[in-house]
Design a protein around this ligand. Structure first.
Ligand code: R5P
Length: 309
């Protein structure tokens, strides 16, 4: 069975294929000079894509990733349904349909934070993208989605998987923390999972976001005097949340503070900002980044095994 990838999923697809006893096949994906995307299932891989169920690894980030994922799914579907119509008017224009069996693995689901209407007139972007993808595949595995509830009732089965077991293993091997902190209420379940796996103490902060770059943490008395603390979140973007939480921990006597996340977006300046506030940053490879030290393949493999029975 093939695990296929376009421009964003190659590294994870290569790691995922052996975990699923499958082979990795790279699809063709490039950009025209005007920036538009082009994808194709290479001729040599058409038999493989038609022979058995297929897993596509692709991120819906950045914006070009949303479109590329849809085009790749459509390319795979056309190969599997045998639809060759519009192919230079040559015959034959069709092959037998080999049936369903296209599964999408999304390491980082872009637009996941727009999971509500925060103001009238906004789209619920996460839902819009989820529905578009569900129309083009037979099941989806998503790694550490910000708020899974928004995609719980899509028209295809969705497996919400988490890299927290792998993040706990990384922290245990490299940091040996005394204490795990969730920087806000939204990350409590994930951070608590890490704390439970490692047998570490756990607490959380109350966070108020003032704007995209400014957040406030409500002071909370934490017993972190002389302790090594790891802050665990689903994603780090500007780094503002982690930096403020780390400052609060240092004020309360923590000796070492680390940050761990699934999705290392690290928008402009985040890595250097973080290096002034924490002793280490540990991310998965769901997005390529300089702190990607944990593989997201094992978590995605768990979800795909459930999806494919
Ligand atoms: C928000 O609820 C998320 O879980 C993260 O805490 C947030 O997106 C991190 O953003 P930043 O790094 O810009 O503070």
């Amino acid at each position: 069975m093939p695990v296929v990838s376009g421009s964003s999923g190659r590294v994870i697809a290569e790691a995922l294929a052996p975990l699923l006893d499958m082979e990795h096949v790279e699809l063709i994906s490039r950009r025209f000079p005007d920036g538009e995307g082009y994808v194709r299932v290479p001729s040599k891989s058409i038999d493989s894509v038609r022979s058995e169920p297929v897993v596509l690894v692709s991120n819906t980030y950045p914006d070009s990733g949303v479109l590329e994922t849809i085009l790749l799914l459509e390319a795979i579907a056309s190969v599997r349904t045998g639809d060759l119509s519009n192919y230079k008017n040559e015959e034959p224009q069709s092959l037998p349909d080999v049936g369903p069996g296209v599964f999408l693995a999304i390491p980082y689901f872009g637009y996941s934070r727009q999971d509500k209407r925060f103001a009238p007139g906004e789209p619920v972007s996460a839902r819009v993208i989820g529905e578009m993808l569900a129309r083009c595949c037979d099941g989806i595995a998503i790694l550490d989605l910000h708020a899974p509830i928004i995609l719980e009732d899509l028209s295809v089965p969705v497996e919400f998987v988490s890299a927290m077991p792998e993040i706990a293993a990384r922290l245990s091997n490299e940091v040996n923390p005394d204490f795990i902190l969730s920087p806000d209420k939204g990350a409590i379940d994930r951070a608590n999972e890490v704390a439970t796996i490692g047998g570490w103490d756990f607490s959380y902060l109350e966070k108020t976001r003032i704007d995209a770059h400014t957040i406030e943490h409500t002071p909370k008395d934490l017993d972190v005097q002389g302790k090594i603390v790891a802050i665990v979140d689903d994603m780090i973007s500007t780094g503002g949340t982690i930096c403020r939480a780390s400052d609060a921990l240092h004020r309360q006597g923590a000796t070492e503070v680390h940050a761990a996340c699934t999705h290392g977006l690290f928008t402009a300046g985040a890595i250097s900002r973080l290096s002034n506030h924490v002793d280490g940053v540990h991310s998965t490879d769901s997005l390529p980044n300089p702190r990607a030290v944990v593989s997201s393949a094992p978590a995605l493999a768990r979800g795909l095994k459930n999806l494919m029975g």
